[in-house]
Ligand binder design. Structure first.
Ligand code: CDP
Length: 240
């Protein structure tokens, strides 16, 4: 990635944020009626819908695990979610993201409770503006909570990265395109266990440590928003 435009001007990022500031995030749990659990999430310019189906008998049967449930997360970018012409349906990038999100969720769901079952998670990116895998995983986690699936913790994701030689939280679109590095992570916030870690670009060991610390701080802030959203759903249900 090569910097072609100035990403920091007068100490501020292009959208006016400080280096350790997240984009605005809105989380709503339980937005769909047919799914067992669901979540709608806005994160900067990203709009994401996540829905959970199951646990239900895994089909075809040869995919069943007699000891635990399998977790299938499917990340899909709507054809209208990006500026470029995007063919509908899975491509290499969405397969990769589906795989890493499935693995992250599988490590936090108490899958031993549901032998031979599958837990299916659909993640639909309706509008994309950098950081969609983090937004998608965070929404999927909220939908799992809404579905009442037993979890060891509520996973949460956030990225940090490097632009103009500085370590910053939660890269925006231009920062992602023209910055030096992007480090998306997902954690279990209670224990700090890392559930997903990817890196695009180059960081020194010192920069990596700083970016990781910052991304973990971001995750912890977002974890509070996840908890608030689920409480709000139950409060609304009790009132209505
Ligand atoms: O979205 P995320 O940062 O997790 O993944 P990425 O592969 O680093 O993509 C960064 C951004 O590029 C996405 O969020 C989209 O805004 C954009 N993108 C796009 O415009 N067209 C695509 N086919 C894929 C990504």
């Amino acid at each position: 990635m090569k910097t072609e435009i100035k990403l920091i001007k007068n100490g501020k990022r292009l959208d006016g944020r400080k280096n350790d500031e997240l984009r605005p995030i809105k989380i709503e749990a339980g937005v769909l009626h047919r799914a067992e659990g669901s979540c709608y999430l806005e994160w900067g310019g990203n709009k994401v819908l996540a829905a959970v189906y199951g646990p239900r008998e895994a089909v075809p049967r040869h995919t069943q695990n007699p000891l635990r449930a399998i977790v299938n997360a499917r990340y899909n970018m709507a054809a209208f979610s990006v500026d470029d012409r995007k063919r509908p349906g899975p491509d290499r990038r969405s397969r990769e993201i589906s795989k890493v999100i499935s693995e992250a969720l599988e490590n936090i769901i108490i899958t031993e409770k549901f032998p031979r079952a599958s837990i299916d998670v659909s993640i639909e990116i309706l509008d994309a503006e950098a950081g969609t895998r983090c937004a998608g995983l965070t929404a999927a986690a909220e939908a799992l909570v809404d579905a009442g699936i037993p979890l060891k913790d509520i996973p949460v994701a956030c990225a940090a990265g490097k632009i103009e030689g500085e370590i910053v939280l939660d890269l925006g679109k231009e920062e992602d395109n023209f910055g030096d590095a992007d480090l998306p992570i997902a954690i279990a916030p209670r224990t700090g266990e890392i559930l997903l870690l990817q890196m695009d670009g180059h960081l020194t060991q010192k920069e990596f440590d700083k970016a990781l610390d910052l991304a973990i701080k971001g995750c912890k802030t977002i974890a509070e928003l996840q908890k608030k959203a689920i409480l709000e759903k139950y409060q609304k249900n009790m009132e209505g």
